[in-house]
Each structure stands twice: as C-alpha cells, then as structure tokens.
Design a protein around this ligand. Structure first.
Ligand SMILES: [Zn+2]
Length: 150
C-alpha cells in the first residue's frame, strides 16, 4: 500500500485545528495510514500541569486502537488473538501545515504502532522511523531481559 502523503498532510492540518493548545499556542495534528487502509488522526491536548500534556501522536495511537475493526469473532470459538492494528505512514504538522518531527516519547509510541519501517513525513520527505529512533528499545528487549529469562 502506498501512502497518499498529500491526503495525510491534509488530514493532519484539519485535525490540528481541533488542538487544545492554550499555553504553547502550537497546534499540532497527526494523521496516520493504517495497514488496512484507514486514516486515523490525533491532535495535541495541553494541560495546565504541562506534564500531562498529550502530543498529537498520542491521540493518533489511541485512535488507531479505538477505531480498529472488531477484534472478537461473532462466535465464542477459541481463536488466536488478532494482530494489533498497524500504522504504515504518518504525517505530523504544526498549525502552519509544515511537517513537525515527533518528540522522543512519540517516536517510541510510533515504534510500537508501526515498527521501524513506519514512514514518517519530514521536511525532506518520508523517512523510516528507524532513522529517527536508532537503537530503539522495544518489546523484545523486555522479554529478553526479564529476571526469569533463560
Ligand atoms: Zn510527542
């Protein structure tokens, strides 16, 4: 599946207008293309405590999961758990419509939502997330480093 970057940027610009950013006045929107062809979006939501502020990518990843097709089969037959929804392309923009690179926390969030191959729009064009978050920490590190790992 090829990303329509113009459509992703337009969706990000649209959702940036819904940002709640009374403190920084930096409205940010994020739009992602899922592996099953959906576009999901998120905007930043600030908080007076600052530490509780949510970046646009947080809303995007929440929407990715919240809007995924139903994971439960109609009948109660045992089945393996479905694969989690996946992002394949993400555009993040500031209110001016220009690409905005995700912060470090959000690069980590996006890694788990799309993997190192996830394409992220930048001013220089789409780049794989692995270039923006090299030597990343992931779920495999947890299972490999647990106390009871053998
Ligand atoms: Zn962030």
């Amino acid at each position: 599946m090829t990303a329509d970057w113009a459509a992703l940027r337009a969706a990000a610009v649209d959702v940036a207008e819904r940002a709640y950013a009374p403190y920084s006045r930096l409205r940010v929107g994020a739009a992602g293309l899922t592996g099953d062809g959906r576009i999901v979006t998120g905007c930043n939501v600030e908080n007076a405590s600052f530490g509780l502020t949510l970046c646009a990518e947080c809303g995007l990843v929440a929407a990715l999961h919240a809007t995924a097709p139903s994971a439960r089969p109609a009948q109660a037959a045992p089945a393996p758990p479905p694969a989690p929804p996946t992002l394949i392309a993400v555009a993040v923009v500031a209110g001016d419509g220009d690409p905005q690179l995700p912060c470090g926390r959000c690069r980590q969030l996006l890694l788990e939502a799309g993997g190192p191959e996830l394409l992220v729009d930048t001013a220089g064009g789409p780049r794989p997330l692995a270039e923006l978050l090299p030597a990343a920490f992931g779920g495999a590190d947890l299972s490999a480093r647990r106390d009871n790992a053998s």
